[in-house]
Design a protein. Structure first.
Length: 268
């Protein structure tokens, strides 16, 4: 379907949508919530087992993100070191390594299976990439990456899968490996995205936080929440804006509202 870019303000719900969300206030039981937290890694591992490398399309980065990586450089073919935090099966990683030969990438994921897929990819080379399994909320990145050595960190559709109470731990961990003056490039689900409105009742874990049928979880960010989260860990905000789009499904003649948060936070 076609994408139509709408702008940078928060999405306003229709009266029907607002009523539906207002009604859905029953939270998943504490017992089940603890179980989901305990089994988070297993659920993502099963997700990759079922979908292997076919679920996500390769993300050939948007011009904006490429510009960010170009802007990191002081001269044209300067070598850059990046970290893709939450690399999945490499849908961002491999297009990037193909298009920019002067990049060395660290790539880590919560799921051991996803990391195995990355290492089995024909484009994987230890000269240009180091992939490792890591729970960003508790495994110290310094065990695999030198302190203050990374020019850019990408955090793309990763933080939303983590319990809101633990998100700050991820940002603290990343801070240690990022060079001063360099940035985290962030993209994730925004408040009232279509995916949030599709959850059936009985899926709600907390404010703006839901569980899918496969046990994986998703948080939907407001600008304010994200900004506070990063600033509390010592980052400075450079850009933090909603990207609103409508995906047009021509077959069914449906307009589907997509809302993402696209942001950039700098280590001073």
């Amino acid at each position: 379907g076609a994408f139509h870019k709408q702008g940078h303000s928060a999405r306003i719900l229709s009266p029907e949508e607002a009523e539906r969300l207002a009604k859905d206030q029953v939270l998943v039981s504490e017992f089940k919530q603890l179980k989901l937290e305990k089994e988070a890694q297993k659920n993502w591992d099963l997700f990759y087992k079922r979908n292997s490398t076919n679920f996500f399309k390769d993300r050939h980065w948007t011009t904006r993100e490429f510009q960010e990586l170009k802007a990191c450089r002081e001269f044209a073919d300067q070598k850059l070191t990046i970290l893709e935090a939450g690399c999945g099966v490499g849908n961002c990683l491999f297009p990037l390594l193909e298009e920019d030969l002067n990049i060395f990438a660290y790539a880590c994921d919560f799921s051991p299976r996803a990391v195995e897929y990355v290492k089995k990819n024909a484009l994987y080379s230890t000269e240009r990439c180091k992939a490792f399994q890591c729970d960003l909320t508790k495994d110290d990145l310094l065990e695999n990456i030198p302190a203050d050595s990374v020019d850019a960190v990408t955090l793309i559709f990763v933080l939303s899968a983590i319990h809101p109470d633990k998100m700050h731990l991820v940002l603290k961990n990343i801070y240690k490996v990022l060079k001063p003056g360099k940035c985290v490039l962030f993209r994730d689900y925004g408040l009232y995205d279509h995916a949030m409105l599709r959850f059936k009742s009985g899926s709600k874990l907390g404010e703006n936080f839901y569980v899918r049928q496969d046990g994986t979880r998703s948080y939907f960010f407001t600008k304010e929440f994200l900004s506070q989260l990063f600033k509390a860990e010592g980052y400075e905000q450079v850009v933090n804006e909603y990207v609103q789009r409508e995906t047009v499904n021509r077959k069914e003649d449906l307009c589907v509202p997509r809302v993402f948060l696209q942001s950039k936070f700098q280590k001073p």
